[in-house]
Every structure is written in structure tokens, then in C-alpha cells.
Design a protein. Structure first.
Length: 352
């Protein structure tokens, strides 16, 4: 068989070869996520991703692990979730169309039954009906009744099936929605969901109550990631997420912004409450020793710097989050592994 019989295979091989070349030239490692990003770039299937990759490589000459995570979550995960939602939505519409068709048939059958009853009623009103004619009318009515009963049974069964199917599809849609708002690595909310929750929390507190926000940033994460590899870096991110879950109240909202930065929304908490929670997180991180899963090797301690801000009159979601961010950078400047609140902060400077 000639080589021309496999044009799709040949194209796939060519794309894979070019993908590996780009990963080697521009990427930090050959991770599955990096391969997916570069393969999508080479294939040109996601134009917005291509624009982002070109912009990043033009600025820095390479892509970091954080860049790859951002590209994958922004352009590939979202696209897949949109496709999933579209498929489920089309299935729901098809199911509803089928139910509508059955209902139309049932209505037609019921209408015919009503017409039969009207005819029989008219005939019964006539005087001097023969016994034979009366028997014929009763038989006709019984037959029409049996047809309606049979049709209704079919309708009931179909509606039960459709109810179960629609419920299953509703659960799938809800799962797709939840996934679209979740950071896949940490299991916390993603940036998009966090921003939505910030708007909701700030709108609620304007009617009364307290609200505080904590920003958490892992100290020297890039250095740690470079030294031990991205898999261990992922383990650190998951550890921070676990500690955050263990340390906050039930109504708190937790998120990973991307990279090594996390956020916590604390409805009902004042500054002192939030500082206490932030200290609990900081001390819990210090008390845990990170172990490399593959070898059991101890990798030492991981510390975090935390910024705390309480909602003030006139605050917007952006201004409240920015103030917490400034406090986190103040904690970095102050030596890291500490908590700074917004009672007194100075101008920010970037720190790793």
C-alpha cells in the first residue's frame, strides 16, 4: 500500500516532530501539558494560544512551567470544557424535542378521543336508538378508551425515561460548570471563580457585616521548582492547598490565582480574625516537612508570606484585593515567612 494512503498519519508525525523540537528549544521540560500546548501551537487549532505563545517567547525567549500552566488552563482546558458543555446542551435539546414529539402525539390522540365522545353524545341524544346501534356505540367508546389508555401509558413511560435522562444531563452540566471554575492542580477555585466570589462578597458586605481577604504566596518557589523539578513543585502547590483547607472556616472561599499565589475570602471575618487564620496557615506550613514521593528524600521546609486586608467603606473587589497583595509584598520585603495586615503598609516592590 502506498504512503499516500496515510496522509493523516504523516501529518501527525510531522506535527509531533515539530512539537518536540519546539519543546526542546523553548520549553523547560517535556511535560504532558507542555506537549499539549506546543502541539496545539504547531497545529494552529487555537489561534489565540498561538498569539499568546508568540508574545511570551518574543518577550522572554522561552516558556516557563508557569507559562505552560497558564496557557493550558486558559486556552486548552477552557476549549475542552466549552465543547463538553456544547455536547451536553445539544443532547438536552434533542431529548426535549423527543418529549415534545411524544406530547404532540398524545395530544392528538386525546383530541381524537374527545371528538369520539362528542359524536357519541350527539347520537345518544337521538331518540329511538336501536339495540344494535347502542351496542355499536358502546363498543366504539370502549375501543377509543383503550387506545387513549395505551397512549397515556407510553407517554408516562417516555416521560419517566426523559426525566431520568434530563437529570443525568443536568448533573453533567453542573460537573462541567464546576470543572470550568476549578484549578485542576490544587482543586481550589481558579482566578475567574475567585473574582466572581470577590464581587459577590463585596456586594454582600455593603449591606452590613465584615469581610477580609488573605493573599498567600510561596517563598522562593521558582528557586525550589528549578532545583527539584516541576513535579515536586506541583506537590508543594497541593500541600499549600491542603493546609489552607484545614485552616479556614467553612464559609471561606479558596482559590489559586496561577503560579504560586493563592487567595482566601473570609466573609464575616475582621482583620484580627483574618490575621489569626493567616498565622495558622503560616505555622502549619513550617510544621510540615516536604518529602519527595519517588525517593522518600526530605526536601526541607516550605514557607509562605501572607497579606491580610479588611474591607473598608468604598472598597471595590479590585481595591480590596490590591491592598491584600500589597501586604503580601510587604511580608516579602520584611524577610518572608510572615503575615502583614493592612493596618500599616508601605509601597510595594516585587519579590520572589
Amino acid at each position: 500500500m502506498s504512503q499516500d494512503a496515510f496522509p493523516d498519519r504523516d501529518r501527525s508525525f510531522a506535527l509531533a516532530k515539530r512539537t518536540n523540537e519546539l519543546m526542546r528549544d523553548y520549553g523547560p521540560s517535556a511535560t504532558p501539558r507542555a506537549y499539549a500546548v506546543w502541539y496545539a501551537y504547531v497545529s494552529g487549532e487555537v489561534p489565540l494560544l498561538n498569539d499568546a505563545v508568540k508574545r511570551m517567547t518574543a518577550e522572554k525567549g522561552h516558556l516557563t512551567e508557569i507559562d505552560v500552566d497558564h496557557l493550558h488552563e486558559s486556552y486548552l482546558d477552557g476549549q475542552r470544557r466549552a465543547i463538553d458543555a456544547s455536547v451536553v446542551s445539544k443532547t438536552v435539546l434533542a431529548e426535549l424535542a423527543a418529549v415534545s414529539e411524544v406530547l404532540d402525539l398524545s395530544l392528538g390522540s386525546t383530541q381524537q378521543y374527545g371528538e369520539s365522545l362528542s359524536t357519541l353524545t350527539h347520537d345518544l341524544a337521538q331518540a329511538q336508538l336501536s339495540r344494535a346501534r347502542l351496542t355499536e356505540m358502546v363498543a366504539s367508546l370502549a375501543a377509543a378508551t383503550r387506545e387513549v389508555v395505551a397512549d397515556n401509558r407510553v407517554l408516562e413511560a417516555r416521560i419517566r425515561e426523559s426525566r431520568d435522562e434530563v437529570e443525568s444531563l443536568r448533573e453533567k452540566l453542573e460537573a462541567t460548570r464546576t470543572e470550568s471554575l476549578t484549578d485542576p492542580l490544587s482543586g481550589l477555585s481558579n482566578r475567574k471563580h475567585f473574582e466572581e466570589m470577590m464581587h459577590t462578597a463585596v456586594a454582600a458586605v455593603r449591606a452590613g457585616g465584615r469581610l477580609s481577604v488573605i493573599v498567600v504566596d510561596i517563598d522562593y518557589f521558582k528557586r525550589f521548582n528549578d532545583q527539584f523539578g516541576h513535579l515536586t513543585g506541583d506537590q508543594v502547590l497541593r500541600l499549600v492547598a491542603v493546609v489552607m483547607r484545614e485552616s479556614v472556616q467553612a464559609n471561606a472561599h479558596l482559590a489559586r490565582f496561577g503560579g504560586e499565589e493563592f487567595g482566601i475570602i473570609l466573609p464575616g471575618a475582621n482583620r484580627l480574625d483574618a490575621v489569626q487564620i493567616a498565622e495558622t496557615i503560616r505555622l502549619s506550613m513550617i510544621g510540615r516537612e516536604l518529602v519527595k514521593r519517588s525517593t522518600g528524600e526530605s526536601l526541607g521546609k516550605v514557607t509562605v508570606s501572607l497579606g491580610v486586608a479588611e474591607h473598608r467603606s468604598g472598597d471595590t473587589p479590585a481595591s480590596l484585593l490590591e491592598r491584600a497583595d500589597l501586604c503580601m509584598f510587604a511580608a516579602k520585603r520584611g524577610g518572608r515567612n510572615r503575615v502583614v495586615d493592612d493596618a500599616s503598609i508601605s509601597a510595594p516592590s516585587q519579590a520572589a
